[in-house]
Each structure stands twice: as structure tokens, then as C-alpha cells.
Design a protein around this ligand. Sequence first.
Ligand code: CA
Length: 304
Amino acid sequence: MRKVIIDCDPGIDDAFALAHMALDDSVEIVGLCSVHGNSYLKNTTKNLKFAAKQMSLDVPIGLGSADPIIGKAEDTDWHGENGFGGLEAVTDDYFEGEYDYAWDMMYDLVSQAPGEISVVALGPVTNLALTMKKYPDFVELVKDIWIMGGTTLVGNALPNSEYNFYSDPFAAKIVLESSAKCHIIGLNATEQTGMNEEELDGLVDAYAAHFPFLKEMVKHYKHMYDISGYDHYIIHDLAATYAFAQRDAVEFSNPPVDVAVTQGPHYGRLLVDRRPYSDNPQTQYVAEKMDAQKFYDYILQVAH
Ligand SMILES: [Ca+2]
């Protein structure tokens, strides 16, 4: 079993990714962290606790950062007023095993099992950057990092910038410049897992059979796709957890990467150096190709 900490900003697609990881027998979730992103931290934390309870994930939860490294958090209509498409996530304020802060929790967990724990980050990577700053040896203790973020093609926050990187490009830069082994699963890859309505409904039914709340919240997500000009539906965070679970089914390249942090039209843009004479780094991998059918079959298989 692969041990994993999930660092997320639930978020409708985060909830599906959590459901996938909770049901996947090859994965053991050892910790959860909240972060600003799809909504404000108070909402994403509440939503994470609610999802964890629904999924019987009895693991430590660390409270993450309310704001990016520089600037203030924004939220997005895409996930509704509270991040869960308006679904009221009611849960106890106290959650067993709760940590005060995500960075202390992540460091404690990886220290207890050096080289064994992966981090899957499904929101802005502020928590990871703060962990690396507070505990420099974290990068040697963590097994590897999987990030849903960035794009080598079309963006969603800006024409060329993806929302998670746009929400905290400084954090993304810190993480990608570290010596930790990072897998970047950007929109250019997740978009390849687009589903038609029938496929989406099939996936939702399969997961809602285990966790009924998913069915209610996905209505808002679907609506946003319908009014935004997309002809397919994508659950980005689920594509990222699929890449983690099925590494060999996804094609990665390892070009030098950077993140644009200058204010302006490229803020948060993932920069990929594809010049043939550039040296390939040893620790950063960019997802390039995902097979929609393999993705769909695996995701359904896990839920059945
Ligand atoms: Ca997310």
C-alpha cells in the first residue's frame, strides 16, 4: 500500500479525488490538510472534515494556510458559495486527531516514516511551501509529491494560467525549485480525461453509491460546465489521483520548469523549457498524456 497525505481545498472535484483514494485498496491515506483555494479556508476545512467523516477517514487533519505566500486568498464561483456547490457540510468542530497546522502534521508524519509517504496536493501548494521553509529536511523525508496544477496549454484562471498555480505562484515556485521529486499533473493532462454527460453520470452514480453527498454537490459543477462553453466534463483532481495511482499509465516528460510570479497576464503560468539543449532535471515530471478510457475504466473499477 502506498502511504499518502492529501493536501486539498475541497472543492467538488477534491471530494471525488478523496472518494477515489478512500476506496482504492492500493492507497493508504495517513493524513489530510486543508488550504485556501476553491473557497476560503474556513469553508475548505469544514468541507474536508465533512468529507473525511462521510468516508470514515479516521486520520489526522492539519489546518492549512488561509492565504497565499503573498497576497490574499480569493474564491471562485466554480464550486459555489461554500466550495461544495451549496451543499451544507455540517460536522463537529472537533475532529479526532486534528493537528493545529498542516506543516507540522506533514513534517511529523514524514519523519515517522522517512521515504515512505507521498503528498498529493489538489489545491494551491502553500502548505507544502511553508513546510519546506519551516523544515528544510522535509524534502529528503517525503517520498514524492504529486501536484494538480499548472498547464502547458490552455489555462482556466487566465488564458495560460491554471487556477491552483495562479492562486499561489510563489508557493508553486518554491516547491518546484526544491529537490523533492515532483509530478505536475496540469490541465493539459487532466483535460484529456474529459467525459460526456452519460459517462459523468455513470461515474457519479458509482461513487455516490458509497458516499451519497457527492451526487448532490456535482449538480452545481455540471451546471458551471454547461454555462461556460465546455462540451465535456472534467474532474481535474480525480485525474491527478488517477495519475498517482496509475503512474505507468500516464506519460510524463521531465523538462526544466518554472512558474511566472510577475503580476500581469502570465501570473501563475507554468513555464516549460523544451529547448533540446536544456538539461533535464532529475526531480520534476510533467504529465503529458493520459488515456481517457484507461482513466475511466480504472476510476469505475475502484468504485465497484
Ligand atoms: Ca482542488
